[in-house]
Design a protein around this ligand. Structure first.
Ligand SMILES: N[C@@H](CCC(=O)N[C@@H](CSS)C(=O)NCC(=O)O)C(=O)O
Length: 622
């Protein structure tokens, strides 16, 4: 399927149409003919300015490597899961075997219980035997100590005659009135599994079931991620993390049915934890986190359905949780009594809101969204300002250094600029410029990079553009930039802001008309550039971000030079609220920056000397 959003002029083509490629057709129901026909009749007939968003992009060996890594991780998880499934099966069968089953000699021996034959002379005659429901033979019920008979012994022979009796009276005839006789009895060597051990095994089994369902989820996730290109894989990870943030309300429900609940509630609560996902079972019931605080705690409750319905006072059972800090579990809001006053209030409130809801589905959704924001103490994301129709924007990625480059153009004049190009991608970028019919005017650097060689020098050779960098960077270029400079391409203007801190020569580039800012390494998504080498200064970085970036309108999009977690863009609104470093006060910020403990960029030794020469140093011939 392809999904078209007409009013946004874009189509999501999945694997049907990829950038400069298309999906393979050599498995599943693949058909080159059908693919070709569909692309030509349904995608290529859409307006030419429709943006195409494919499901994959494979231009880089790193993606393959990442996929191989994922395959490996998947294999490992699958193996682990298999061995745990085996373990669970073995446990299950032991549990099942502990249920009463027909005590035929065959069943007993095949279940692994060893039997021994005993010749017993019952001299006292003080013993009794009984039949057992649905089981053949007679079993000693009680016997006087010292006679050598034990409860549970199965009587095979009495006074030389095999016991084939069907009734107690027939047996009595063999024994005679005195009860004194010579007997052969069959005795189980192993004693039945004690209840405590049985309970323990049930508990273990429950744990294993839980682990299996977690591993199944992991495998499913890995399988999904494996299908995605690196970019999306990283996004997926980020998405996962986001879904564990306090603002996420959705509950993750795993349903495990245990057919035989423990006869008595376990003394201790069972707590399962996977990262922020916590399941606590008390008396077989999951504890639910409720109340506003649950939105602020990273704990995420997995419901496990167990057939049991006891209400238990948690304060007695979990006194330690009631003293936990609210960051790990909001204990004061823990309750398992679904009819608690809080729940009743919550339900009534929900109903009240439902009654007030508008009829129109769109308005209803809007109201729900407002309610959701309000109840989570969030303000609403500012409205997005679209790019103007004559502004071309393309974000490009270099996998090796996780660097974003941005190709921007004026569609009317064809004049283009590229921000932070990477040497290894210069050919790709030059090719794209050519295909789109642009004329590359400038290759602009946000700063002198330490982790990769700039592509600006090489692009200059390939396209005739001019390279640019801040005077303060100390690097060579065709043109030097200072705060307040304006870079023009067609009718578009980039305003230059000096934002030193990561390095002396760091610049941010603002395009007011398009409501966006290219922050280089000054502001990263939920992070910022390191300040531990070159001329790094945490104080400068903090001050410049707060006075020059965070003062921009909140709906300005932020485009950084790197992202290591698969995020593509952010906004001033988001970073002002969620940047874990820059939202702190200066003192704490400096402390965070002083303790990042990042290793030096792998390519620092080649990048810095090359970038001082605008990247035209040691350029590969090919
Ligand atoms: N591992 C990478 C380098 C990662 C790194 O240090 N990134 C810099 C920007 S490039 S100098 C940075 O400021 N990171 C901040 C952060 O919080 O990660 C490599 O070897 O190239």
């Amino acid at each position: 399927m392809s999904y078209v959003i007409k009013d946004q002029g874009c189509v999501f083509t999945g694997d049907t149409l990829l950038i400069r490629g298309c999906g393979r057709t050599d498995f599943q129901e693949g058909s080159p003919k059908n693919l070709y026909e569909n692309v030509h009749s349904k995608i290529f007939t859409l307006p030419d300015n429709y943006r195409i968003y494919p499901a994959h992009d494979y231009n880089n060996i790193d993606i393959r490597i990442r996929q191989a890594e994922l395959e490996y991780a998947l294999g490992r998880e699958e193996l682990q899961m298999l061995s745990i499934v085996e373990e669970a099966r073995a446990l299950q069968s032991r549990l099942e075997k502990s249920k009463p089953e027909a005590q035929t000699l065959y069943n007993i021996i095949s279940s692994g219980v060893s039997l021994s034959l005993h010749a017993v002379h019952a001299t006292s005659g003080r013993w009794a035997a009984q039949q057992r429901a649905d089981q053949p033979g007679f079993y000693v019920e009680w016997a006087l100590e010292g006679d050598g008979l034990y409860k549970g012994d199965r009587i095979l022979e009495i006074n030389g005659r095999l016991v084939t009796s069907k009734t107690k009276e027939e047996l009595q005839k063999h024994v005679g009135n005195s009860g004194k006789c010579q007997m052969v009895v069959l005795r189980k060597k192993s004693l039945p599994i004690p209840q405590k051990q049985l309970d323990q095994e049930k508990e273990n089994n429950m744990r294993l079931q839980h682990r299996i369902s977690y591993l199944e989820e992991q495998v499913k996730e890995l399988q999904t991620v494996k299908e995605q290109p690196h970019h999306q894989q990283q996004q997926h990870q980020q998405h996962q993390q986001l879904h564990q943030t306090p603002t996420n309300q959705s509950q993750h429900v795993t349903s495990i049915s245990i057919s035989s609940p423990p006869s008595t509630p376990p003394e201790k609560p069972l707590i399962f934890q996977r990262g922020n996902y916590i399941t606590t079972l008390v008396g077989g019931k999951p504890i639910e986190l409720m109340g506003d605080d649950s939105a602020q705690t990273p704990a995420h409750v997995t419901k496990t359905l167990i057939k049991e319905n006891t209400h238990i006072d948690l304060r007695e059972r979990l006194p330690h949780m009631y003293s936990m800090p609210s960051k790990s579990l909001s204990a004061s809001k823990i309750s398992i009594n679904s009819d608690s006053a809080y729940m009743q209030h919550h339900r009534r409130e929900k109903e009240r809101h439902r009654e007030r809801r508008p009829r129109d589905p769109l308005q209803q959704q809007q109201q729900l969204h407002r309610e959701h924001l309000m109840s989570n103490g969030l303000s609403s994301l500012p409205e997005r300002q679209p790019f103007t129709s004559d502004f071309f924007f393309r974000q490009l990625f270099d996998e090796e250094s996780s660097t974003y480059s941005y190709l921007l153009a004026d569609l009317k004049t064809g004049e283009a600029v590229i921000i932070d190009p990477v040497l290894e991608q210069a050919k790709r970028d030059a090719q794209l410029v050519k295909e789109l019919g642009f004329k590359l005017k400038y290759a602009i650097n946000t700063h002198m990079h330490a982790d990769h060689i700039t592509g600006s020098g090489w692009l200059r050779e390939l396209t005739g553009c001019k390279s640019m960098i801040a005077t303060a960077s100390g690097a060579k270029a065709d043109l030097y930039l200072r705060e307040g400079d304006r870079i023009e391409f067609g009718s578009h203007v980039i305003d230059v802001l000096a934002t030193p801190g990561h390095t002396n020569g760091c610049m941010s580039y603002v395009i007011k008309e398009q409501a966006c800012v290219f922050t280089g390494d000054t502001v990263l998504i939920r992070g910022c550039g390191r300040t531990d080498f070159q001329e790094g200064s945490s104080e400068f970085l903090y001050e410049n971000v707060h006075t020059k970036i965070f003062t921009l309108p909140e709906n300005y999009r932020i485009y950084p030079a790197h992202d290591y977690k698969g995020q593509l863009e952010s906004s001033v609104w988001e970073e002002k609220r969620y940047n874990p470093r820059l939202t702190k006060d200066l003192e704490e910020f400096i402390q965070i920056m002083d303790n990042l403990n990042l290793s030096y960029p792998n390519k620092i030794d080649v990048s810095l000397p090359a970038n001082r020469e605008c990247g035209v140093y040691d350029i590969p011939k090919e």
